[in-house]
Structures are given as structure tokens and as C-alpha cells.
Design a protein around this ligand. Structure first.
Ligand code: TNX
Length: 658
């Protein structure tokens, strides 16, 4: 049942922000309205974060929003956004990610102990402005944020998404696009699954290899950077191939860092290693699987099969290889963790498996990092501070390891896996762990999902992760479609205290978040579980006075979960699921727009033209608002678009002489 979306940009702060802050107090009175001369005042440590905020606000508002040092800015009546770092938030003493955010008619005040805390505040502030604040190009709007007082800090530090670039590659630009959306949701961690049976995605060089090491490491990407999965793609598209040079990877890690996201790289071993065994002849020793062919290497296998490959735990060359890989990986990793994989090693004898993962964990510690592994690796024995990522099985052993000092990264497949279908109409995605939309990804808790009657201590939870496996995913648009909005639900599980979580409330806030993704150009599944909000903005344009009427684009409408109907004169509720031809439910009648051209003539009907066609993997929901009009005289006209529910957006027509 679809209820009518509303365009209410005046929604108060407590009903806007995802993930929900710990304390949001709606204040009476007017909110804060950005002006063309608003300034951003900072102390030194806040400057990088202020520049990020300014970048977001400038592109949509077109205002200059200068960033200035607070102690040097001349005191004046000009209103400002103030950001200061190195301030304790009383309620969250010493918590590095905590922040306070106060919005009143006279200004915005952000305080945080660290730059990361200030960055978190900036993400909350973005969500207080109208959705069009995310637009990459300037639009005409009033930019008001509701008055509020927020104090906030995350429940867990490790709030992660995983991208599997091994089965199907994502380019650095595609990964950056996903990082941007992750940052808006206050994710702190990006787990990169860099190697699997079907491909190897990170350049490893021969630099610094051990003297008697015969392996040519260039072959990893020369050979297995060119392979990918070849089945299960939409319309049979094969998986995308490619790899990151070390410089590209370093840049990507640096970009993530600029958004306060730490990359955790994974080289999956001892299973999921067919791509390495296919590329490197010397790795194919006595106990590897599959057995090498006549050419001395494991045969190429680009199916989606799992669990058939393994390295040899007892060959010296395996360990030379592992040391070379992890030494270079450690040098590329500023963060504290490296992920050793360890899942589904079904053809590794169990004694060998235990030896393999404990030795790999030692290598990782030797390079100054802490290991993360999929839950199977608890069999090798963990040390305090190691992370265990629980995805399926090993429930008892995982809990025992966690009670002995390891920390849990919770990624239960049925409630966090982004590669599962939404429902049986979703053209891509797997179903082995079920399927579902965001409610399922919201309604669980990391301390209790493994054992309701004997919860894990809060202090043992490192955090949560939503992994996107890519057997069925080709490119960033499909990746976004499966990730959002479900990743937003997992982000809130990791951020918001359990006692403050509520699915109904989340659905409403998510409905506000949807149009932000549309405005930002992020694809997502605009399914029936949220009554998606909509939003409208005008545009400025130049035209000339004339004898003939001219067609003008006067604004933009974003309305997730709708499609253009009736020859573009209205939009009606629709969902990706409906695009197979089933009837769209009406949004209490269709939404129409009319245009008041600002020159005293009667308003005329507008048309709504979809800027991107909706299909089974593309939510769209963005429309150009157009109309036909003849201005008689030169001048500057303030027009407005009027939606059938009464909401308005201003536009400016600058009319020159004929
Ligand atoms: C299981 S989850 C795997 C992956 C697959 C995934 C598909 C995990 C640790 N291993 O190899 O891609 O299922 O959902």
C-alpha cells in the first residue's frame, strides 16, 4: 500500500537524519536559512571538514560560502556556520567521533573533539537542508534547516560496507562514488575484497621480494586482472575485468581517508585462490586444489562456484608468497586492519586450514596490523583485539572467541548481505540467504542475534558490515541499486543505541533520505516499504521576449517511487517492481504541476519529463518541469512552480529583448 508522498521540506530535525542521532531536540522558532553571504568560520583543525561542507553547499546553492578563520574574521552581522574542533562533548567525554550541532535562526554551531566528529556533524547538517542540497548543479530554492540541538556519537566504531571487486571489477571512480554515499551515512570502514577465484585486482610487484623467491608477482594482475566471473550477470553481461595499480589503490585509500573512511583490504586465502593458482605456476605444489593442468597452473575457472580451491599450507613457497603480498599490502594500508579471508576453504584439510590461518594472522601482526577474518578462522585461535567477521555458521565458536577477547564484526548474511534480491522480481542478486528490503536489514541487534538469551557484551562488538558480493553485479549503478537503501539500515544498526531504534520511525526518515540520493545521482531501490518524500526546485534561465511561445525548463522535481503518466502531465506512484507492466498504485490521484510565469498572466499546466527512463534496475524519479510561454517584455521575472498539493518552488526568468 503506497501512501501519498509529501513534499514537506519543513519536517523537523528529529524526523530527518539517518542514522538517527542519540539526542535530537527539535527547537521552537524559525530554522537557519543559508544566504548568499553566509560564511563558514573555523579553527585550524576544522578547516578540511569545512571545505568539504562548503563544497557540498556551493554546488547546489551557487553561493560562495567562504571558509574563514574564526579569530581573523571581522565581527559583523553576517550570519555564519561555526565549526570548532578540540572541544569535549560533555555527554560523550573523550569519544573521538562525538559531536554537537546546534541550529537556530541566527546560525549553526558545530563542536567536536576531532575532525572526524566534525565531519559526522556535517553529514547530519546536510540532511537538515532540503534534498536538493545534494544537487551537483545550482538550483533555486530557499535553503532552510529546522532549528535543533543535537548531541551524538556512534554506538560502534567499525561501520562497514564491503565491495567485492574480484568477481566483477569496479573502477576507482565507481568506488569513489560509493564512498561518497557511504560518507553521507557515516560509514567509517570500507572492506575491499581484492582477490577471489575469478580474479586478482591489486597490483603486486617484485619489489623487495625475498632473495630466493622465484615468483614473478606481476603475473597476478597480468593474468588474473584480465579475468572475471562469466555467468549470472544481467542480460548475460560477463563480470568486468581490471585491477588497481598500487598508485590507483593508494589514491583510492587516500580519498576514502579524506571522507574519514578506513579501507580494510582483503586477500582471501587459503580457499578462493584459483586466480592466484592460475597466474603463478610456482604456487601449484603438492597439496593445492584444483590440480594444475599440462601448462603447470590451475585451470581458469570463471564460474560462480565456491569452495573448490586451496593453497598449500605446508609449502615454503606459499609462505614466501604470503609474506610478499602482505608486506606490500601493509605498506599500502594506513588503517589498523588487514583481512585474511579464510571462508569456505572446503578442500583444505582441517589441520592445514588451522595452520594456514594462524600463520597468516601472525604475518599480519608482524607487519604491525591486526587480522580480520571470516568466522571460520576462529578455528586457528585468535588473540585479543583480532576481529572476527561472522557471516554464517560457527556461532558457538565465534561467541567463545569473542568472550575471550576477540571483537565481533557482525555481518549475518540474511540481514546484511547487499547482494541478495529484494524480492523475486529483482533481476539480479542471489537468494541463498533469503531476500528482502530494508526492514529485515534494520530489525536485528549485534549483541543478541547469535544468542538471544545470553547477549554478547556491548564492549565486544567492533561493529557491523554490509557486504556486496558481485557475482550478479555489473558496474556502479547495479551496485548502488542493491546497496541502497539496505546499507542505510545497517548503518543505523551500527550507529544508533538499540533502545532508540524503531523501524516505523526509520522508514519515515528513510523516506526523507531517498530524494537526497536521487538528487546526488545515486541509484537505489525505491520499493514499497517507504512513503518516499518528494522535493521540487526551480531553475534560473534566460530567454527573449517574442511573438511565439517558447518551451522552457523551469525546474526539477525529484520523486522516488513514481513514474510520469498521462503524456507527462503528471506523475503517479510506481516502483521498480511495477515496471513489468503491473498497474501502479495511485498516489491519491496523480501529482500535477502548473507554472506561474511571474508576469501577471494566468498559470499554465507544466509537464514532467523523466530525465532517466525507469527500468527494473534503475529507480530514476527525477523529472524536468517544463512549460510553454510567451514573455512580451524584457525584464527579470520571479515565477513559481505550483504542485497540486500546494507546494511551490521559485524560478527566475531573465528575459531580453527580441
Ligand atoms: C559466500 S560470505 C561467500 C562468498 C560469496 C557469497 C555470496 C562469504 C564469506 N563467502 O564467496 O560471494 O556467499 O553471497
Amino acid at each position: 500500500m503506497i501512501t501519498q508522498p509529501s513534499s514537506n521540506d519543513q519536517v523537523k530535525a528529529s524526523q530527518r537524519i539517518v542514522p538517527l542521532p542519540v539526542n535530537v531536540q527539535d527547537l521552537p522558532g524559525n530554522g537557519f536559512t543559508l544566504q548568499s553571504d553566509t560564511r563558514i568560520l573555523v579553527d585550524r583543525a576544522a578547516e578540511p571538514v569545512a571545505n568539504i561542507l562548503a563544497g557540498v553547499l556551493r554546488s547546489s546553492t551557487g553561493y560562495s560560502l567562504p571558509v574563514q578563520a574564526a579569530d581573523k574574521a571581522p565581527g559583523s552581522a553576517v550570519q555564519s556556520i561555526n565549526i570548532s574542533v578540540a572541544e569535549q562533548i560533555a555527554e560523550f567525554k573523550d569519544q573521538p567521533e562525538a559531536y554537537s550541532l546546534r541550529v537556530t535562526a541566527s546560525g549553526v554551531e558545530i563542536k567536536a573533539l576531532t575532525a572526524q566528529g566534525a565531519f559526522n556533524a556535517v553529514q547530519s547538517l546536510r540532511q537538515l537542508f532540503p534534498a536538493f542540497i545534494e544537487s551537483a548543479t545550482p538550483v533555486n530554492r530557499t535553503w532552510t534547516a529546522p532549528a535543533t540541538n543535537i548531541t551524538d556519537a556512534p554506538r560502534t566504531a567499525y561501520r562497514s560496507m564491503m565491495l567485492d571487486v574480484a568477481r566483477s571489477f569496479l573502477t576507482p571512480a565507481e568506488v569513489r562514488k560509493i564512498i561518497d554515499q557511504m560518507a553521507a551515512l557515516k560509514f567509517s570502514t570500507l572492506h575491499m575484497h581484492l582477490a577471489d577465484d575469478q580474479g586478482w585486482r591489486l597490483q603486486i610487484t617484485n619489489d623487495g621480494k625475498e632473495a630466493d623467491d622465484p615468483i614473478d608477482y606481476n603475473r597476478l594482475t597480468d593474468v588474473s586482472g584480465k579475468t572475471a566471473i562469466t555467468e549470472w550477470g544481467y542480460q548475460n553481461e560477463p563480470g568486468r575485468t581490471g585491477f588497481y595499480t598500487q598508485q590507483e589503490y593508494r589514491d583510492l585509500v587516500g580519498y576514502a581517508q579524506s571522507q574519514f573512511i578506513t579501507v580494510v583490504p582483503e586477500i582471501d586465502t587459503p580457499g578462493h585462490t584459483n586466480a592466484a593458482l592460475h597466474a603463478i605456476p610456482q604456487l601449484n605444489t603438492g597439496a593445492t586444489q584444483p590440480r594444475p593442468g599440462p601448462d603447470g597452473v590451475a585451470p581458469l575457472n570463471t564460474t560462480g562456484a565456491v569452495g573448490y580451491s586451496t593453497l598449500d599450507a605446508n609449502a615454503d613457497i606459499t609462505w614466501k608468497f604470503m609474506r610478499q603480498i602482505y608486506r606490500q599490502l601493509a605498506a599500502l594500508t594506513p588503517g589498523p586492519y588487514m583481512h585474511l579471508g579464510g571462508d569456505e576453504s572446503k578442500v583444505t584439510p582441517s589441520a592445514d586450514y588451522r595452520k594456514f590461518v594462524s600463520k597468516t594472522a601472525e604475518i599480519i601482526r608482524g607487519y604491525g596490523k591486526s587480522p580480520v577474518g571470516w568466522n571460520e578462522y576462529v578455528a586457528g585461535g585468535l588473540q585479543p583485539g583480532d576481529l572476527v567477521q561472522q557471516w554464517a555458521g560457527n556461532e558457538a565458536d565465534t561467541q567463545a572467541a569473542v568472550r575471550q577477547g576477540a571483537k565481533l564484526v557482525a555481518s549475518p548474511a540474511s540481514m546484511t548481505y547487499l547482494d541478495l534480491k529484494y524480492n523475486n522480481k529483482t533481476p539480479i542478486g542471489l537468494t541463498w540467504a533469503g531476500s528482502g528490503d530494508f526492514p529485515k536489514y534494520y530489525d536485528w541487534d549485534p549483541t543478541t542475534y547469535l544468542n538471544k538469551s545470553n547477549p554478547l557484551p556491548e564492549s565486544s562488538i567492533a561493529g557491523v558490515e554490509a557486504p556486496l558480493w558481485s557475482e550478479t553485479v555489473r558496474g556502479v549503478s547495479q551496485a548502488e541499486f542493491l546497496s541502497f537503501p539496505r546499507a542505510a539500515a545497517v548503518a543505523e544498526v551500527g550507529w544508533t543505541p538499540a533502545a532508540k531504534k524503531n523501524l516505523q520511525d526509520f522508514s519515515k526518515r528513510l523516506a526523507m533520505f531517498g530524494p537526497r540520493m536521487t538528487a546526488a545521482g545515486t541509484n537505489f531501490y525505491d520499493g514499497p516499504n517507504a512513503a518516499w518524500n518528494w522535493s521540487m526546485a526551480g531553475l534560473g534561465y534566460r530567454t527573449s521576449a517574442g511573438i511565439l511561445p517558447q518551451t522552457q525548463t523551469v525546474g526539477t522535481l525529484i520523486a522516488p517511487g513514481t513514474k510520469a503518466a498521462n503524456n507527462g502531465t503528471s506523475i503517479a506512484a510506481d516502483r521498480v517492481d511495477d515496471s513489468d507492466g503491473t498497474a501502479a498504485s495511485a498516489i491519491n490521484g496523480n501529482l500535477t504541476v502548473s507554472i506561474d510565469w511571474g508576469d501577471g498572466t494566468p498559470a499554465t499546466p507544466g509537464t514532467l519529463n523523466s530525465s532517466q527512463p525507469r527500468n527494473a534496475l534503475q529507480a530514476s524519479g527525477a523529472y524536468a518541469v517544463q512549460g510553454t510561454h510567451r514573455y512580451l517584455l524584457p525584464g527579470v521575472y520571479q515565477g513559481s512552480i505550483i504542485a497540486s498539493d500546494g507546494s511551490r518552488a521559485p524560478f527566475t526568468a531573465t528575459v531580453t529583448a527580441r
